[in-house]
Design a binder for this molecule. Sequence first.
Ligand code: A2R
Length: 316
Amino acid sequence: MSKPHMLLIGNASARSLERLDAVFTVHRMPEDRDAFLAQHGGDIEYVMASGGGGVPGALMEKLPGLKIVSNYGVGYDSVDVATAVRRKVVVSHTPNVLNDEVANTAIMLLLTTARNFVHDNQYLRSGRWAKDGDAPLSRGIAGCRVGILGLGRIGLATAEKLAVFGVDVVYHGRSKRDVPYHYYDDLTDMARDVDILISIAPGGASTLKIINREVMDALGPEGILINVGRGSVVDEDALIAALQDGRLGKAGLDVFANEPNVPQALIDLPNATLLPHVGSATVETRQAMGDLAVENLTAFHATGKAVTPVPECREM
Ligand code: A2R
């Protein structure tokens, strides 16, 4: 029996490819997308998307037989879900398997930023310790109030891990949850009351640039902003200005508005700690994400149901 056709957008590990090859005829999206889609677009029923620009509506249009998009990653803002739902195409993602590692990243980035460890590392390597004496003092986080924007799966894991650092955790989202943390229904009000703001909110229209100048000014000159969710949630130009002016103290960022392009003005700022979107980037976590992304496709092929569809597709 011939195998159904699957299109891989972006990359997959050798382990994932081996599993996919066993079930599907796997096509990798080539440079010349138009020629490929004209020739094979009609055959493709399954898509796995791992970066590579995602799956916008215009691409979906060229895949008339599409049944499912398996997104590698929990955030699926690069997939046009509205178009998928209208076309009865299921979209799946990889929740939960990365909670632990992204929560660790949020806390490591917070501690590194607060304690100036990136600069201290450079201070030693450049010979300044021996030449100029001890590195400048930094501030610890004990006794601080930490506001989490987006107390979902990763946010809650982060809040639980933060318990050992002697901080007071509060949160903001669209709705109050049954959790032992104080809820703010307004992001600016929360920013005014906290020392540290951690964003673990998804991308998309409803969160676009919600961390704006007003929120940054409310966080203030001693405040720290950590973002491990999506770059689009932060107004990056306003952030650069706030860090340059000293209206915001420090930022630790793993995600950016236009990855992998990071504004030079941000790179030049000494009060910003920057990571190349590595929140979930361990061998173990990426393997678990790859396995789940593959299982969504193979389960759908076998049963007509994905293992972890996105909320908008759970009833399909
Ligand atoms: O708003 P709620 O109560 O539905 O809470 C969700 C919150 N959230 C928002 N908060 C404020 N304004 C919004 N417009 C808004 N939209 C969503 O973000 C929820 O507490 C949280 C997302 O949690 P989960 O859906 O469980 O996602 P998970 O697995 O924690 O991942 C979060 C994000 C991904 O979407 C990627 O962008 C990144 O972390 O890896």
